[in-house]
Design a protein around this ligand. Structure first.
Ligand code: OGA
Ligand code: MN
Length: 202
């Protein structure tokens, strides 16, 4: 079954790292699309928090982002449809009840980082699984920019943002941070969501 090692990893330990999730051709097209949007000025400094509390804090996160929506480009539409297949597989195999996938391009300029956080807002627990695809063909070991995961046993795991690698983890379980990067760092970061509990009028 496609996606089977993702399912097995998530079930066993709550996170999964795939080294060749998409062909390098598709990954390079996604990177080119991200750079095209950046050159057009579409990427904006990312905010922290949600709704009216949202604000830009470069001391917390220094990336620039642009959300994917259907109809923007063939390559981003292709990514959304692969991730929708993955969403359906996660629901079938792990009974997660995921209703949607949202994602954005993220570009960290040299010197940027993102302090330790959880991918859940205090008032909204709808983000269930995080999925980050890295788009950096010439990444060097001394560039920094690792995604540092804080594991339940107190250990940390540093994941370099290597081209085509897909990292997935349970959004509410793993505090993580992006270490300061020395080189421009591209990714496509997304979340599988279920319906927030507060819309159920409990
Ligand atoms: C995020 C995030 C990780 C990464 O955007 O919430 O943690 O490696 N990104 O880009
Ligand atoms: Mn995060």
């Amino acid at each position: 079954m496609p996606f089977s090692s993702i399912i097995d990893d998530l079930a066993a330990r709550g996170w999964s790292l795939q080294s060749s999730f998409l062909s390098s051709d598709v990954t390079h097209q996604l990177a080119a699309e991200c750079r095209r949007r950046y050159a057009e000025g579409a990427l904006a400094p990312a905010g922290v928090g949600r709704g009216e509390e949202q604000a830009v804090h470069e001391g917390i996160r220094g990336d620039h982002i642009h959300w994917l929506e259907e109809g923007q480009a063939a390559v981003s539409d292709g990514y959304l449809s692969v991730m929708d297949e993955l969403r359906q597989t996660l629901n079938r195999e792990l009974f997660l009840g995921l209703e949607e996938f949202e994602c954005h391009f993220a570009l960290y300029p040299p010197g940027a980082f993102y302090q330790t956080h959880l991918d859940r807002f205090r008032d909204d627990d709808s983000r269930c699984i995080t999925a980050v695809l890295y788009l950096n063909p010439d990444w060097q070991p001394n560039n920094g920019g690792e995604l540092r995961m804080h594991l339940p046993d107190g250990k940390t795991l540093d994941i370099p943002p290597l081209d085509g690698h897909l990292l997935m983890f349970l959004s509410g379980e793993f505090p993580h941070e992006v270490m300061i990067t020395q080189a421009e760092r591209l990714s496509l970061t997304g979340w599988f969501r279920r319906r927030p509990v507060d819309v159920l009028a409990l």
